[in-house]
Design a binder for this molecule. Sequence first.
Ligand SMILES: [Zn+2]
Length: 191
Amino acid sequence: MSELAAVIADLIRAGTDPELVGRLVSAIAQRSATNAQQAKQVSPGAVRMRRYREHRKDNGLDANQPEYIFHREAILERDASQCVYCASEEDLVLDHIVPICQGGTDHPDNLATACRPCNASKAGKTAEEWGREVLAEGARAAMLRYSAQRSATSATSATSPSPPVPPPSPPPPPPPPPPPPPQPPPPQKNK
Ligand SMILES: [Zn+2]
């Protein structure tokens, strides 16, 4: 600000209309207030990234060092370096077939090659919810394996909702409780 004060002093010394100098000062103040406000606003991309990391944590996945990056080469090779949704060969990223926000993990069978536009458009949806098909054979087989594995896991876990499983044969009923010991009759008072 001392630089600004020096400029103002020079302007006044040079005979600039003080009213003009005043307008300049308030315009500068307004601009810096707007800048400060904009700096406080969080971009939608940053909000999405924060949610994504929270979902990863909820799923027990590392939020900072995603495991899926280690599978990148193998997945790209399996999918012939093409987007499994539109066959594009450009701007490829890894897509979670079952999105992280729906409980998907970094398991290689849950990963597919996708172009960035498809990945962004699919976002937090499954391919089915998104209304598109997994075209690549290898990725489709992986998707089926993954969903079979998931439903097997969720059947044993009590926390996640799962299709009703026929219960095992019920245990034999417990033996009837022994009759209660005879109780002395309650004292009766005659009035
Ligand atoms: Zn695509």
